[in-house]
Design a protein around this ligand. Structure first.
Ligand code: FAD
Length: 469
């Protein structure tokens, strides 16, 4: 029990990590206070991240699907886009989910306080409404914020981070996206579908750094048709506002125009943990050299009563990783055996085609010098992909040669984000490729590509025949 005057559990930050932790704790009978600077739970994910971006990507897909329908003899004509109505629909989705979360808090008797809080000491939070809260346990779930490098800082309404990009104030004639990571590509797809001429500039030599190249290739070739330009190995050295827009100075080889001007610029070069300005210096909580809060496998920090989860507690910065950590931390607080030991945290890039992977990737296996067997099933051999007119996809499995155990899965193609769930379960349950091959997958579906990729570990499959040498 908590001492009188102290709350049993205070959760600081009501994003997917924080509200999941708060709800799980309340469901275990704990007395819980959830504090967030925003009026409702949801965090970055709901208000300026996962949900609004996916709502806009849905609209973008309607547009590109309508265009692709021409190949099937169906012509819709030129789309008319009512931007205000599109924004209203995006807001409606977000508001509805936010209201539901607040209702779920109330029903669980979680006390929700709208305030910004900082640590006064290891047992006390100071709130910006003048009050303070003592706690027995605290879970820090304050998330992350977009990085804008000093060289790209500019006082201009035309310069956007992802939050401003999602507001969709206008569809500029031209848009520069700085950063070829998933956030830049997802938002680039939205603006391109709505009619902007999109240029993407990525500093490293490939889009989606770190992701297996064979998964990126089909996406890149489709984006090359949708975007105006994709510059790789190129740096945006400077931005300057002019009467016409923002002039960017590009540094790299094979650049057609070194100082092009854009109607708007979106900077999506990464995010940093919100660990600064939290008063952590008044506690024993330690940070690592990237500013993430140091935690153990239970998500306990170096200050015993304090836990940390989600983006502020380390990579990968993904909502489902935050929620899972929230449950683990609460189990640990409740004295139950708990550890964050996932083998397969899935990641999805919601472009079209989507890219999804989980577990060990081929790139990571190479980096570790680990011997693996990789099999690929090209969607050109999938009946379902043919019916969708989307045969560019690929399903690949990474297996352990001696045991045939599935270590990882990667998919590029329509609906990859849904398909990867099978890989997550298989990797977590230590399934072998044979387990997948012997499981009957429904026909005609894209999930058959998983089953047949698994069969190909053992030789030719029904739709894949390679002459043995
Ligand atoms: P957050 O969701 O960041 O929530 C932190 C909360 O803490 C915020 O509400 C903030 O107001 C509050 N807070 C911070 N400091 C204080 C303080 N001192 N006092 C009170 N409150 C405070 N992830 C996915 O898994 N899938 C996706 O498709 C996806 N798409 C994304 C798209 C975009 C454009 C962006 C930006 C992110 C996306 N993400 C996606 C990442 C995802 O949003 C984050 O990983 C996730 O929100 C992290 O959850 P969290 O609980 O750690 O923190």
């Amino acid at each position: 029990m908590a001492e009188s005057g102290e709350t049993e559990l205070v959760v600081l930050g009501a994003g997917p990590g924080g509200y999941t932790a708060a709800f799980a704790a309340a469901d275990k009978g704990m007395q819980v206070t959830l504090i967030d600077a925003f009026e409702k739970p949801g965090g970055t994910c709901l208000y300026v991240g996962c949900i609004p971006s996916k709502a806009l990507l849905h609209a973008a897909k309607l547009l590109t699907d309508a265009r692709d329908a021409q190949a099937w003899g169906i012509h819709f004509g030129r789309p008319e886009i009512d931007l205000a109505a599109l924004r209203a629909q995006e807001t409606k989705v977000v508001e509805t989910l936010g209201k539901n979360l607040l209702e779920l808090s109330k029903r669980r008797k979680v006390e929700y306080i709208r305030a910004r809080a900082t640590f006064a000491d290891s047992r006390t939070l100071r709130l910006d409404n003048g009050s303070s809260r003592r706690f027995k346990h605290c879970v820090i779930a304050v998330g992350s914020s977009p990085i804008v490098p000093p060289s790209l800082k500019l006082e201009s309404a035309r310069l956007m981070d992802s939050t401003a990009g999602l507001r969709l104030e206008e569809v500029p004639a031209s848009l520069l996206v700085v950063g070829g990571g998933y956030i830049g590509l997802e938002l680039g797809c939205v603006y391109a579908a709505l009619g902007s001429r999109v240029t993407v500039v990525e500093l490293t030599d490939g889009l989606l750094p770190g992701v297996d190249r064979d998964l990126v290739r089909p996406l890149q070739s489709r984006l090359e048709g949708q975007f105006h330009k994709i510059y790789l190995g190129t740096k945006v050295a400077k931005l300057a506002e002019t009467a016409e827009g923002i002039r960017a100075t590009l540094e790299g080889e094979e650049i057609e125009e070194r100082e092009p001007t854009f109607g708007r610029v979106l900077v999506a070069v990464g995010r940093r943990p919100n660990s600064r300005g939290l008063g952590l210096e008044n506690t024993k909580v330690q940070l690592d050299d990237k500013g993430f809060i140091r935690v153990n496998e239970q998500r306990r920090t170096t200050d015993e009563p304090i836990f940390a989860i989600g983006d502020v507690a380390g990579e990968p910065m993904l909502a489902h990783k935050a929620s899972h950590e929230g449950k683990v931390a609460v189990e640990a607080i409740a004295g139950e055996p708990a550890a964050f030991d996932s083998r397969a945290i899935p990641a999805v890039v919601f472009t079209d085609p989507e890219i999804a992977w989980c577990g060990l990737s081929e790139t990571e296996a190479k980096r570790q010098g680990r011997e693996v067997k990789v099999v690929r099933f090209p969607w050109g051999a999938s009946g379902r992909a043919a019916t969708l007119g989307r045969t560019e996809g690929l399903t690949k499995l990474v297996t352990e040669p001696e045991t045939e155990r599935l270590l990882g899965m990667g998919i590029v193609g329509e609906g990859a984000g849904e398909l990867i769930a099978e890989g997550v379960v298989a990797v977590e349950m230590a399934a072998s490729a044979r387990d997948l091959a012997l499981s009957i997958h429904p026909h005609p579906t894209l999930s058959e590509t998983v089953g047949e990729a698994a069969e190909s570990v053992y030789g030719p499959t029904t739709h894949l025949f390679r002459v043995r040498r």
